[in-house]
Design a protein around this ligand. Sequence first.
Ligand SMILES: C[S@@+](CC[C@H](N)C(=O)[O-])C[C@H]1O[C@@H](n2cnc3c(N)ncnc32)[C@H](O)[C@@H]1O
Length: 277
Amino acid sequence: METFDSRLEEFLATTEIMEVVSRESASYATYFDSRKYLEAFYGAHLQTQEVAKEIKFVLSFLSKAFASGCIQGDNLIEIAAGPTIWHILSACENFKNIYLTDYSQNNLNEIELWLNEDKNAFDWSSYIKQACELEGGRSTPEEKAEKIREKASFLKCDVTQANPLHPLSLPQADCVIIASCLICVASTLEEFTAYLKNTVSLLKPGGYLVMTEYLRASKYIVGDKIFSVLSVEENVIKKAMADCGCVVEESQIFTICKSYGEVFDSEDVFCVKAKKM
Ligand SMILES: C[S@@+](CC[C@H](N)C(=O)[O-])C[C@H]1O[C@@H](n2cnc3c(N)ncnc32)[C@H](O)[C@@H]1O
């Protein structure tokens, strides 16, 4: 039977030099190629004009969460947005200020290109169109893009720090989004919970944590670099949330069916919305 490891072996045999990078966050500053990541994980729509099924699932979860009316306020922080803007597409309707953050300056530079409508920016138009359709067309794609450009700014963050925004500090936020970050940064479940605690410290009591995370993954590939990730189960994430004082209100799993091919070995994406007590 074909497994991820056999596909990876085949991939390695046909690729020039692959390097397994250390799991330290510094690897993301040095080796994470933002543009290659965007192309490998988010670029399929450029050919098809359609977003992938698992993306549609996550956008749909986010659209319902933010349409429910309970998650809104002044400030939204996305932790480890990477070079992307797609997790805030529905949230942008509900907040005055949006802070997109990441450890890597290169990722923030990609976000900046998009915010500035630079001609070299990654094209998120299919994602924006999809989010508008899921919301029943309350904004046009142009209106939504404009809203984000008006409200969003970008900042450095490090989830391993007690204050992930150090040396800055912001008023505690009404909502924090974190997607596909903690499995990349944590080497153990204890670290996973500790970094989640740091993240939750940015949230005010009564505020919402919205998380998407991949289950049972071990590694992913960006360009010629292999990044290791921590394998987690749904119950482990829920337990970490409870340990951080958050109560899960809604969660869903979507089975990806190997759609990331040889670049990623997770088959399930988990979305969860939790309230900080
Ligand atoms: C797999 S990417 C996910 C990016 C984006 N959230 C997404 O869903 O596509 C993991 C992200 O974690 C960021 N990261 C790595 N170490 C970090 C740290 N210590 N604190 C915050 N973010 C970190 C990386 O720069 C990278 O953008």
